[in-house]
Design a protein around this ligand. Structure first.
Ligand code: SF4
Length: 404
């Protein structure tokens, strides 16, 4: 799922007030991430901080969230600032009851000051919502849903251990519309074991037909220690080869652009006006506060994260009101490198001066690495910004690493 836990560092252009289209934020605003670490079952590729739902523990966990929200809201780093976006990620936040989720959101509204029109996203898995629940969430102030669909072939969903069928995904989407949600993201995955180019085309066509406002399109990564990774170590699991994966990415890019989606981040596409405000906080290197087990924060040049295990998180909050397990001060050099790494993910790219600062040069010609990538057509200079060019999109992560 596309949460703060899996986009490790996110965070700016510091000098302007928020506009979702130009993706610019007020320096006084910050993103709020809330981690719900429970799922129906464990997907075979998952390395997120998630566990099977334990209802008793979930009650204690919600009480701990409420306490952490209150404590954090009164801290010096936060007290006079405004929330521009809230993101309930996980895990599967929609596994909780609507009154439980609305209770957390109410607590946030009581503790923090929200910007007018702040985005409130909830991650949802098909099979965990019905119409009354969706209506209650909408009434509670959720403005955006992000749905883990991944694929529309049941054999593929089973293969990767998803707890839903394609039919349930489509039904959930219809119910969301019926409940009145007009800002919905669908997560899709390519590069799955046994997935053909035709399967992927069918998934994209389905997504275009149902018509969400936003699509996140990620290639499967086999993280160490996951069941799929173990299977791969024991033999061929039918993963598409590199060339096929590249073709799948190009197909997504071409079809979604043709269907009217703006390709605004390497893996993200939006209808005009529907870029994800919360994820822009990360990509623009803006500040965020993470609440809950394992949640990461970036505030005042410092990065820190909470106790990973829900039980340890709950007991830390009970004991001292916060649950920070580790943290580090970021040097100016680290901050510049992060800004470059995150900002280049956006197709709008980075201002030339920010890019030069990150590389520590006054003139681009002084950086052999940047000059070579520009000459080879992987990067381009456009309207005073450095951007990843079309031919660089497929290898964006490697390019960024080369630059750092
Ligand atoms: S739904 Fe699957 S991938 Fe997402 S957090 Fe739960 S187990 Fe992991």
């Amino acid at each position: 799922m596309n949460t703060m836990s899996n986009v490790e560092c996110r965070m700016s252009n510091w000098n302007l007030s928020f506009d979702p289209q130009s993706a610019i934020h007020n320096p006084q605003s910050f993103g709020l991430y809330i981690h719900i670490p429970y799922c129906l079952s464990r997907c075979h590729y998952c390395d997120f901080n998630s566990y099977r739902l334990d209802s008793d523990q979930a009650e204690q966990y919600l009480q701990a969230l409420a306490r952490e929200i209150t404590v954090r809201a009164s801290s010096d780093a936060i007290r006079h600032r405004r929330v521009c976006s809230v993101f309930f990620g996980g895990g599967t936040p929609s596994i909780l009851l609507a009154p439980q989720l609305n209770g957390v959101l109410d607590r946030c509204r009581a503790a923090f000051t929200f910007e007018t029109g702040a985005e409130v996203t909830l991650e949802v898995n098909p099979g965990t919502v019905d119409l009354p629940k969706l209506q209650a969430l909408m009434e509670g102030g959720v403005t955006r849903l992000s749905v883990g669909v991944q694929a529309v072939q049941d054999r593929l969903l089973q293969r990767i251990g998803r707890a839903h069928t394609a039919h349930e995904a489509e039904r959930a989407f219809r119910l969301m519309r019926e409940a009145g949600f007009s800002n919905i993201n669908l997560d899709l995955m390519f590069g799955l074991p046994g997935q053909s180019v035709d399967d992927w085309a069918e998934t994209l066509d389905w997504a275009i037909r149902v018509g969400p406002e936003h699509l996140s399109v990620y290639g499967l990564i086999l993280e160490e220690g996951t069941p799929l990774d173990r299977e791969r170590r024991n033999g061929d699991i039918g993963l598409p080869d590199e060339e096929t994966e590249a073709a799948m990415y190009r197909m997504a890019k071409d079809r979604l652009r043709e269907a009217g989606f703006e390709h605004y981040e390497i893996s993200n596409f939006a209808r005009p006006g529907f870029r994800c405000r919360h994820n822009l906080v990360y990509w623009q290197h803006q500040e965020y506060l993470g609440i809950g087990a394992g949640a990461h924060s970036f505030l005042a040049g410092r990065r820190f994260s909470n106790e990973l295990l829900p039980a340890r998180y709950v007991s830390a909050i009970a004991g001292r009101g916060t649950a920070v397990a580790c943290g580090e001060e970021l040097s100016d050099e680290m901050l510049r490198a992060e800004r470059l790494m995150l900002g280049l993910r956006l197709l709008d790219g980075l201002e030339l001066q920010t890019f030069k600062n990150a590389l520590g040069v006054d003139d681009l010609a002084a950086s052999d690495r940047a000059t070579r990538l520009l000459d080879d057509g992987f990067l381009r200079l456009q309207d005073g910004r450095v951007q990843i060019a079309e031919r660089g999109l497929l290898v964006a992560n490697e390019l960024i690493v080369q630059l750092l």
